[in-house]
Design a protein around this ligand. Structure first.
Ligand SMILES: Cc1ncc(COP(=O)(O)O)c(C=O)c1O
Length: 388
């Protein structure tokens, strides 16, 4: 039996590689295979030029200096480098402030540091998933070295008030790190206007390849950071290891495309998301939107369907690639900690689905999804003892 390819609506987990990105990468697997650190021949020089170009493309998208971009293997590594690197560079035991709906790539390095004596404060969020900057101000201590608050959440899409947080950090002389894995290429980022000192990105969330990312590290005023990977001293000793040149070229191209197309793409995707949201709310009762009603990623829609088991709903919707939350925790039976943090009950958290709309989705796919979700929710509710 042949199965039609499902409609892909899980763009927070990962995105397909854009054809244009793939085309840009291919020569760097073939003819231009040089090591960007080889200084004695054209193979090395070509690779180095390609890496420099990518640094410029990335820097331009976030209004940074190209020399402040450090290549890594993805946002997990960038988050680890930012958080552990700042703690390692602190002269005395430091204090770090973060918030409860961060990705594990931020929460877990913080926990690891806590075991080594670093003080960690994890602040709560409101019912929409936003942090109150006043809470950050009140949590600051004499030894606070870093505030880490994500730009956009990977489950509920909520955008944080970054400019306000950045201002507050600058005023208090504290480094400000943001995990922008979900936000880059989807919303405008300006590290100057937002006073961001460290920013993590990942290529595979923005139509680039998996296994490559970057950390922006401000050089003026200079962020003191100690590399976490010892070796050949690449990337100004902040990240040793031979550069993944094809991946880096792909990340650069993905940023260049986003720079050109972000505004129009964002309008189109928001229209598709709103269409899906309105139709579902019009057709189904007892459903709830999770996340901020306005300050949210354009492609994000996280909904709880009461009296419907999320896993059964996903099983019934095999023609659509969806998820109940973060890809990293999708094997876990625990209700999402992000939904719990915004006050969703454990039961309702288990009844939630995350829709992630992206670059190649069409109106036809969204309409098909809408009809299928309505059909499946009604079917499951008919057989549910919890729905009267
Ligand atoms: C907010 C956020 N941070 C970090 C990561 C990890 O990124 P990567 O897969 O590049 O390590 C993800 C992706 O799952 C994410 O959504």
């Amino acid at each position: 039996m042949s199965m039609k390819t499902p409609i892909y609506l899980d763009h927070h987990a990962t995105t397909p590689v854009d054809e244009r990105v793939l085309e840009a990468m291919l020569p760097y697997f073939k003819n231009h295979f040089g090591n960007a650190a080889s200084r004695t021949h054209t193979f090395g020089w070509e690779a180095e030029d390609a890496v420099d170009r990518a640094r410029e493309q990335i820097a331009k998208l976030i209004n940074a200096q190209p020399k402040d971009i450090i290549f890594t293997s993805g946002a997990t590594e960038s988050d680890n480098l930012a958080i552990k690197g700042v703690a390692a560079a602190s002269e005395k035991p430091c204090h770090i402030i973060t918030q409860t709906t961060e990705h594990h790539a931020v929460l877990d390095p913080c926990k690891a540091l806590e075991r080594q004596g670093v003080e960690i404060t994890v602040l709560p969020v409101d019912q929409h998933g936003q942090i109150n900057p006043d809470h950050i101000q009140n949590a600051i201590k004499d030894n606070t070295a870093l505030v880490s608050v994500m730009m956009a959440n990977n489950e509920i899409g909520t955008l944080q008030p970054l400019t306000e947080i950045g201002k507050l950090c600058r005023k208090n002389n504290i480094y400000f790190h943001t995990d922008a894995a979900q936000a880059i290429g989807k919303c405008p980022i300006d590290v100057e206007a937002m006073h961001i000192d460290l920013l993590s990105i990942s290529a595979h969330k923005m139509y680039g390849p998996k296994g490559v990312g970057a950390l922006y590290v401000r050089s003026r005023p200079r962020v003191r950071l100690i590399g976490q990977m010892d070796g050949g001293g690449h990337e100004k000793s902040m990240r040793s290891g031979t550069l993944n040149v094809p991946g880096i070229v792909g990340l650069g191209e993905a940023c260049a495309i986003a720079q050109k197309e972000m505004a129009s793409e964002s309008t189109r995707i928001k229209h598709l998301r709103d269409r899906l949201q309105h139709k579902l709310f019009e057709s189904l009762d007892r459903i709830q939107l999770n996340g901020h009603p306005e300050h949210r990623l354009d492609g994000n829609l996280n909904i709880s369907f009461s009296a419907v088991d999320g896993e059964s709903l996903l099983m019934g919707l095999r023609d659509i690639a969806l998820s109940s939350g973060s890809a990293c925790t999708s094997a876990s039976l625990e209700p999402s900690y992000v939904l719990r943090a915004i006050g969703v009950s454990p039961d309702l958290a288990q009844s939630s689905i995350r829709f992630g709309i992206g670059r190649f989705n069409t109106e036809e796919e969204i309409d098909h999804t809408t009809n299928r979700v309505i059909e499946e929710v009604n079917r499951l509710r008919e057989i549910s003892p919890n729905y009267k």
